[in-house]
Design a protein. Sequence first.
Length: 525
Amino acid sequence: MKKIITTLAIGFSTNLWANSLPIEPVLVPIVEATKNINIQMGKYEVTVEEFTRFVNATDYKMSGKCYLYNAKHLPSDGTGTANDKDLTANPFRPMVCIGPYGAMDYANWLAKTTGKPYRLPEKNEWLYASSEGKSSRFAFGDDFNYTEMCDYENIEDAANSAGLKQHHNYRNRISANCNDGAIYHTVVGMYRPNSFGLHDMMGNVREFLQTCHVFNKKEPKQCQEYVLAGSGWHWMPRPTDVFDSMGGNFVGSIEGFRVVLDSSTKHSQSVQTKTFVNNLVVAQHDEKHEHDRLKSLPTSPPGLYAKLEGENQVNLSWLPSTGESVSYSLYRSYLDPSAKISRKMTKIAEGIKALYYVDNLPSDSAASYQVFADNEIGQSQASNEVSIGKHPVFHVDERIQAEFYNQYRNTKIFEKEQQQSVLFDGNAGDNMQNQRPFVPSWLKYDFNSKNTGQAMLKMNIRGQQGAIIEFWQGKHLVAKTAIEGGENYAEQNIPARLMAGDEPIQIRAANKLYFILDWFELRYQ
């Protein structure tokens, strides 16, 4: 058995988890003769309780470092460990922070101890089991609007957004249009199973498979990256046939696993398994109370409306959110002509009990607004965004700051050392790098050109080498280039051609690579 190189043992109480007898999984048959599949698959992802038996029996050592994501840690902190109390407090949550080697070591121990051929699933087995052999995005349907997903899976949703906002003052730009009642990974089997009886195939935690994705070039028989299947609480759900991969030494808290029995022979459940099932029912009942609490989050306030009246006075109104003891928070993005005030959406009022608010702008410049509903449980998703006020009209020979746009899609204000720039990143659905749909980011600016002719585009930019950027005037392509790339801003000059008229300038990402634009200017040649 291969143990993960480590200096830290998992921090379970040996008094509480003294029993080292294995808990065999609850199994369901997965059979498809045309695909040469005849196995039994674990109904649930392997839990902390099951993995603890392995630790107790073998004195198995866990990885000392884990890219931990929970209420107290972010993966970027680099301070997480596998024995974090939040991970081990509930024994019926999936076991995480084990990496692919830890998952395979557990399966090997289970096989050796029971004398039965347990292992991790192969990619084709997992795909058939999760899709039920259907061609739809998910076994229960396509769900393009992500409104039904929360009945079946724990994914990135309203509860997750509220929790991340509360714990880390951060929310993703987009999430599923539903509420599954969980912020992070939760007790297994809390949602509807698929028709095979399998739970959490497309949510809760992603699952390591034993299928190798990339072999080591120097050691061709040694796997360097393993296939990773499904979605997790942190990710927007991706279709069943979309897979990822992860290096063998990667250890994170969004990845777990389930096992299969490579046999169709039925076995009676052991005493340990029966006890596990009975205790799981109790744990699910207790966890449901927390799910129900989080499902009482207020809904997004509908119908936000803004009207500019008088001297820089904005009257805002909206319709009520559903939920108990609701108040409202108002956020504003203000286009400051002096560029001293951030263009980011910033909270300007909270605890609003009425369904209206009067805002006084610093000047007659443009602004946009969103409203959120709050109660003791957390904050809702954002309302619609409304805009008012004047946007500047830019001209040739004028330096245009990137944050002075009047319309946008899939962009984000990026601030560093009091410098405002705009990040172009089309990953609106929070997808993994190799799974992103191509939904180009863009910005628009009011613009006027008096003449038609050759011009020079100058811009201050940084980002990924090879990121392609386009400048348009209506249907006319002004300029197109691939940026040089790098961590520091650099000025680039690109030949361009302008058309006379007042068509707005649109800056558009033309591939999936990101870039950050500081400013640009167009000058006649």
